[in-house]
Design a protein around this ligand. Structure first.
Ligand code: ZN
Length: 421
């Protein structure tokens, strides 16, 4: 007798009804290790799926008994885990791979990037963007937080397999109106913002390129629409020097580019303090980098509820050193992981970022996997649907040729993974 029959003839059955309302026959995925993220890894685990939704997760023998009608797929000696979330990338800059000098500091990196970008045409950009998307997919990333100021592709997604949360970037050191900043964007992007398109939000570039008024207006825009807004924050010593004194290499760069840095009102404090004063920080803010934090700023960040996206290899590439990851995690600040762009990284393999966090910052493999999945989804506002293998969430998962957390990261670096459908 199947469970469907039991339900029909036994009205007092405690079997939940909702999973049976799915149109497709449930499929049971069994693997040596299931990594739900929101609960400890399950040896000999199983996930039941139908119509793209997770119906159940648990130990295989128990799940098999509870779902006798489900067809089964055995993934043998592998680990099943949710898709990775790359919390911060600039796919538009992918054509700059290998062209920018490393370890010369922030101002010099920006100079080098602007010069190289002028040499590229639209065709180069499109090809590199497509390759970058394929590369994300090849290394198990199914969701990306992408910063852009160019045209947004229809639907806010590059294709069906890499879900994109787009942050449209605005800046202007003396700009006093978000409307004016948005007016400078391509027409399709303006339309996406005007239509309040799902998965499209705003980012302020950085505190040293965006006026206080514009920062406030970006935050107000996000709050009115219940959207997460993003900013590059506390990335370099040069940034902190400029915010404190109005001097240094970033001032010189802004002067060179005609942005009149001496007209800017110097806040005289660190980035997090400044953003907090402006009301920019709350649970719907994503601060990218957070390398340069003073002791007083950690509690400010924690109280605000803002998320942080760490991009450790980008920080090393430009020469900033690494963020205070242990302190951020101890302060229970939700930290996700991003690759940043190929202008400051060698590839878009999130497992490589995890390796740096494990080896250079002594972060446990379970913690880095949480950062690369659930925290990534949380910081992009997608945790109700993605980021873990939990009942009710969408089924977007990979299998990796490994049987423990550390092995998952090591195998993922090598691309020893497959998508599971
Ligand atoms: Zn960035």
């Amino acid at each position: 007798m199947t469970r469907r029959q039991i339900n029909l003839y036994s009205p007092r059955s405690r079997t939940p009804v909702s999973p049976r309302q799915t149109r497709s026959r449930p499929l049971l995925h069994r693997a040596r290790l299931v990594i739900p993220i929101t609960q400890p890894p399950i040896e000999d685990g199983a996930v039941v799926v139908a119509d793209g939704r997770i119906l159940d997760v648990g130990p295989f023998p128990l799940i098999r008994r509870q779902w006798p009608e489900a067809s089964a797929r055995d993934h043998d000696e592998t680990a099943l885990l949710p898709t990775l979330v790359n919390g911060h990338a600039h796919l538009d800059l992918s054509a700059l791979a290998g062209q920018i000098h490393s370890k010369k500091g922030m101002a010099e990196w920006i100079r080098s990037l602007l010069a190289a970008r002028e040499q590229l045409d639209e065709d180069d950009l499109q090809k590199a963007r497509a390759l970058a998307r394929d590369s994300l997919r090849a290394f198990g990333t199914g969701i990306v937080g992408d910063i852009t100021s160019s045209e947004i592709h229809p639907g806010g997604k590059f294709n069906e397999v890499v879900i994109t949360q787009t942050f449209v970037e605005v800046f202007g050191l003396h700009c006093q109106s978000l409307e004016v900043a948005i007016d400078q964007l391509p027409p399709g992007t303006r339309k996406s913002l005007a239509n309040n398109q799902e998965n499209v939000s705003l980012a302020a570039h950085a505190p040293y390129t965006t006026s206080a008024t514009l920062l406030r207006q970006v935050k107000e825009w996000g709050t009115a629409r219940d959207k997460i807004v993003s900013i590059h924050a506390a990335e370099s010593e040069e940034e902190i020097l400029f915010l404190n004194s109005g001097r240094g290499p970033l001032r010189d760069l802004l002067e060179e580019r005609g942005h009149e840095p001496d007209r800017w009102e110097v806040p005289g404090c660190g980035t997090i303090t400044y953003l907090d004063r402006l009301g920019f920080l709350d649970s719907h803010t994503l601060c990218v980098h957070a390398v340069q934090l003073s002791e007083e700023e950690l509690p400010i960040l924690r109280r605000s509820g803002a998320g942080v996206c760490l991009c450790p290899r980008s920080n090393l590439f430009i020469g900033h050193g690494l963020p205070p990851v242990q302190q951020l995690l101890e302060a229970q600040i939700p930290c996700s992981i991003g690759t940043d762009s190929l202008a400051s990284n060698t590839d878009l393999n999130l497992f490589e970022e995890m390796t740096v966090l494990m080896e250079e910052c002594s972060i446990h493999p379970d913690a880095v996997l949480t950062m690369a999945t659930l925290n990534g989804a949380r910081n992009l506002g997608m945790a109700s649907q993605y980021g873990s293998l939990e009942k009710g969430k969408r089924w977007l998962a990979i299998r990796v040729a490994a049987t423990d957390s550390e092995g998952i990261v090591a195998a993922g670096r090598q691309g020893a993974l497959e998508w599971v459908s």
